[in-house]
Design a protein. Structure first.
Length: 345
């Protein structure tokens, strides 16, 4: 998932201190998403933040002078170190770019002729004669080109610049821009992103769950052992009940009438590496994806002769989703399981 951030979004929370901004950073650190910032937006942000900080410091000192006039106390002016502040901004973004939490989008081609033609014809975003619109059009060109080339299927452009990028109803991307790139979905806040993509909230939950596992000194190996020790009967019943509902890969056509009898015991099956652990209901119930390797008999009955003795022994791999509950005495207890795929080795 690609998340393109406009200057106005960065300006409202430049150090990503709000709850949703923090979640966004965490999702990027976990490589669940890519946060992309066009070079123009970053340079514009540096300029706007330093200008705003300078103006606020001047305003505060002016108010202190007024305060001293109207009170019987003397209040000192603040000593605002502008160069130090500018460095802190640049260091924050440079660090995030270096650690690949932010991706810096620079010019790939010269967009001058393309955008000059748009300005002359007053195509979006050139509705008025504001010179800022030329900059906004360059931003769009950079984002559009990246989105067209990316393999990611989901691309969000987060901007509150309604006049230049949105349609008249402020509900979606302007139709002129949509013609250029239909892959981009426009939204106006980072919060809206989490409403549309709840999986980003889930990543926070998974991270907290992993922290909880660490605090309990529960390792993946312990979970694997628990499955091996306590879940076999439950899993074998699931195989018996569900196996005919799933396609069996590897069967040749004339064996399609065959079926599997899982003649397996605890000694001849193996729980493969656990692929994913997902917390459910505040960690009391856990869903995990894993693989089970076992040996079973594949029967090829001759129905005309009522001969059901013809069988072969094969190795099977079942990809299984398990829902288990945490129990301090048994460590984990099975609740349900579902076979996602069955493969004959």
């Amino acid at each position: 998932m690609n998340i393109y951030l406009d200057t106005n979004i960065l300006f409202t929370d430049p150090f990503f201190r709000s709850d949703f901004s923090k979640l966004l950073l965490n999702s990027s650190q976990e490589k669940a998403i890519d946060i992309l910032i066009p070079s123009i937006c970053l340079n514009e942000l540096y300029f706007k933040l330093t200008s705003k900080a300078r103006a606020l410091a001047s305003e505060i000192n002016s108010k202190i002078i007024d305060l001293n006039k109207w009170t019987n106390e003397s209040h000192e002016s603040i000593a605002f170190n502008l160069p130090k502040y500018e460095k802190s901004i640049r260091d924050f973004y440079s660090d995030k770019i270096q650690n690949k939490i932010f991706i810096y989008l620079d010019y790939e081609v010269d967009y001058f002729k393309e955008n000059l033609d748009k300005a002359i014809k007053k195509f979006n975003p050139f509705f008025t004669d504001k010179k800022e619109e030329f900059r906004d059009s360059i931003i769009w060109s950079i984002i559009r080109e990246h989105a067209l080339k990316t393999e990611k299927s989901t691309n969000y452009f987060v901007t509150a610049n309604y006049s230049d990028f949105w349609n008249n109803e402020k509900t979606s991307l302007h139709p002129n821009l949509k013609k250029e790139c239909e892959k981009i979905v426009i939204i106006d806040t980072i919060k809206k992103l989490f409403e549309l993509e709840p999986i980003l909230i889930d990543s926070k939950k998974r991270r907290e769950f992993q922290e909880w596992l660490d605090q309990q000194n529960i390792t993946t190996e312990m979970i694997q052992y628990a499955i091996t020790k306590y879940l076999w009967n439950h899993i074998s019943e699931t195989i018996d009940l569900q196996i005919k509902q799933y396609p069996i890969e590897g069967l040749i056509p004339e064996y399609n009438m065959g079926y599997i009898y899982p003649s397996i015991n605890k000694e001849n099956y193996q729980v493969e590496k656990i692929e994913k652990i997902v917390p459910i209901e505040d960690f009391a119930i856990i869903e995990l994806s894993t693989s089970l390797r076992f040996e079973g008999k594949l029967f090829f009955p001759n129905y005309n002769k009522k001969d059901f003795s013809n069988y072969e022994v094969h190795q099977f791999m079942a990809n299984i989703t398990l829902v288990i509950s945490y129990d301090k005495t048994l460590l984990f207890k099975p609740i349900s399981s579902k076979i996602k795929r069955l493969v004959i080795d």
